[in-house]
Design a protein. Structure first.
Length: 635
């Protein structure tokens, strides 16, 4: 190039640089001028807003968890929700680690952590950090209070950058609410979630999305990367706090949790209404009167405007929940309660989950030892859970305790091993056993006056009319020692075999009360280990009402029984005996004053009360001994 041309080019570049520099100076001067032109109140508001944001971040950071898979095979983020170390993250974050992982906090410390329970459909996992009971925690805000335009920020471990245990903070706004993300060939379904433009990248998964005050909006889960590569494009999604709290009780159970379905499909009519296009006759929705062509108006108090809203809202509930639904049929609005069925049947969820799991991270090779030429110690197993068919532990005093290994093939620390128990259908059965123990302790505490083994219950009192024209009568219930009797006045219903309890529930007879009371007596006498197939289910609403009740399920002789306890009073409120999925269960409701035995019993099927009993005496008599007739008792 001729020197004159080169000189001319350099002159033009120099001029452009000077022009840009002058523009920058001018812009800075204008900003200073605008700042100086702010009114004192405006300047004060900006300072307060910035101070609040800094304070919110400082408040939120200690509860943010940085998750690391042993061996460097992955990781992500999480958020602490209780002082004893329980934290929420994503299923797709915890799954490569199996049952054990390492978690860092902004205090600069790394903690052992174990998986508690998992929700592979909703992409949630509950883990517990070990070693402390005074962790900093985040507080949920009601999801319905979150609005488009609200400020928010994400704190987490994008690209696993937080190896110094100082998380990354990104800020933005809530870009959308009530978003729905289809599974797209996987199990993961995001319903009623939040959309944000805060920078979310791989590694932010499972971490918290906070509001400007440092309170928890939701759990970050996924982003719309599409063809742009796995980098942020300003469209990220967070599982709502309401959904996370709906599933929290089930996650505490240690189970692998399924989601709910209405048992019906819907579509948008020409007039814009949302109507039923198909419905299973075996569904509870059908039993509650919902039919083809009916218009869905509300689900759990949330207005339905589009067909997508139905799935969007249902995706936030665990299976078996009973929720309020409003629909319009032939011009008449109907408000009812519907038990939601499971999306998956039997072991279907477990099979789908296994196929969706990522491959485990490669374990580094270990040098062989003289006693272990192949590098693996004899007896290395995935679990130390040895159980007999009845669920009790097998004693093997002479067998060495199997060695549990992490995802990298290294031994899991003893502190964590103590809190891991593998069983099919569970993320960690150890936590289910904890809740079973709490359940039987409070149940026996409530019924301590009639808990004696090998005894017969005698429950007496008067019936309370449930329909007009019905008269009150004396009643006597006899349960125990193979006796199942229910006498009202001169009418005696007597079952000769235990399997007849299933039949009376299936036929929705008032003798179904015997099935519920027999299950109660059996549980008190034998406990959950010997009752049958017993497990802590989690929490669910009672007749669609909160607070959520602790629920234990026991199955014996094909009859499924659910025990629902109030979380604060810890008293048994309802026993449900279920003969099958296509009939209403027998619901026995208890009421009592203070810590006394129940004073009333009420039996319901569906929404219909069939018995209302006022108890005057609940006593026990020894089994296998002649019973002295009392007040007409001909037993």
């Amino acid at each position: 190039m001729p020197s004159r041309c080169l000189d001319s080019t350099m002159v033009r570049i120099g001029c452009l640089t000077l022009a840009l520099f002058a523009s920058a100076i001018s812009l800075a001067a204008n900003l200073r001028a605008e700042e100086s032109s702010l009114l004192p109140d405006e300047q004060k508001w900006i300072e307060q807003f910035e101070s609040a944001r800094v304070a919110g971040i400082a408040k939120a950071t200690p509860s943010t968890v940085m998750v690391f898979v042993p061996g460097g095979g992955g990781g992500g983020s999480g958020v602490l929700i209780s002082p004893d170390g329980y934290a929420l993250t994503n299923f797709h974050v915890s799954s490569p680690a199996g049952t054990y992982m390492r978690c860092g906090l902004s205090d600069g410390k790394v903690y052992d952590a174990v998986v508690v329970g998992i929700d592979p459909v909703g992409d949630l996992a509950l883990i517990q950090l070990l070693g402390r009971d005074d962790f900093s925690t985040a507080e949920f805000v009601p999801s319905r209070s979150v609005q488009v335009g609200d400020w928010c920020f994400a704190i987490g471990n994008p690209f696993l950058l937080a190896t110094n245990l100082q998380p990354t903070v990104t800020a933005g706004i809530i870009s959308g609410v009530r978003r729905y993300q289809y599974p797209s060939g996987t199990l993961l379904e995001y319903g009623n979630c939040f959309q944000t433009d805060a920078s979310i990248n791989p590694g932010n998964s499972g971490g918290p999305l906070y509001d400007n005050d440092g309170d928890l909006i939701g759990i970050i889960g996924r982003a719309s990367f599409e063809k742009r590569g796995r980098v942020n494009v300003g469209v990220g999604y967070a599982i709502s706090g309401d959904q996370a709290q709906n599933f929290l009780g089930c996650l505490h159970s240690g189970r692998i949790v399924d989601h709910a379905t209405l048992g019906a499909t819907v579509g948008t009519d020409e007039d814009g209404s949302v109507r039923v296009t198909n419905i299973l006759s075996s569904s509870d929705a059908y039993r509650r009167g919902l039919r083809y062509g009916d218009e869905i108006l509300e689900i759990d108090g949330q207005v339905i405007q589009t067909a997508n809203d139905v799935q969007n809202i249902l995706a936030t509930f665990p299976a078996s929940w009973r929720i309020p639904i409003t629909y319009r049929q032939e011009g008449t609005s109907v408000e009812t309660l519907v038990r939601l069925a499971s999306v998956h049947r039997g072991s279907e969820l477990l099979e789908k989950m296994k196929s969706a799991l990522p491959p485990p991270p490669p374990a580094p090779p270990k040098p062989p030892t003289p006693s272990d030429p192949e590098g693996d110690a004899p007896g290395d197993l995935e679990s130390d859970d040895e159980t007999s068919p009845d669920g009790s532990d097998k004693a093997k005093p002479n067998d060495p305790k199997p060695l549990m290994k992490d995802a990298a093939g290294e031994p899991i620390p003893a502190m964590a091993v103590k809190q891991i128990k593998i069983r099919e259908g569970y993320g960690n059965y150890y936590y289910n056993e904890l809740h079973q123990t709490k359940f039987i302790e409070r149940l026996r505490r409530q019924f301590k006056d009639v808990e004696a083994n090998d005894s017969v219950w005698k429950i007496r009192g008067k019936t309370v009319p449930v329909v007009d024209g019905q008269e009150a009568s004396d009643f006597l219930i006899t349960i125990g020692d193979g006796q199942f009797k229910f006498k009202i006045g001169d009418d005696l219903q007597q079952l000769s075999r235990g399997d007849e309890l299933l039949q009376v529930v299936d036929e929705q007879r008032d003798a179904g009360i015997l099935a519920c009371l027999n299950a109660l007596q059996r549980m008190l006498t034998l406990g959950p280990r010997q009752f049958g197939d017993t497990y802590y289910w989690g929490t669910m609403p009672l007749s669609g009402q909160r607070p959520l009740r602790d629920t234990v399920v026991g199955v014996h002789s094909d009859l499924e029984t659910r025990f629902l306890h109030h979380p604060q009073s810890e008293r048994l409120e309802v026993i449900e005996s279920i003969a099958g999925n296509d009939t209403d269960p027998a619901e026995l409701w208890f009421a009592a004053e203070d810590d006394a035995l129940p004073s009333t019993l009420q039996l319901r099927y569906g929404l219909t009360t069939v018995l209302n009993l006022q108890i005057t005496d609940w006593s026990t008599a020894p089994a296998n001994q002649p019973q002295v007739p009392v007040d007409g008792d001909a037993s």
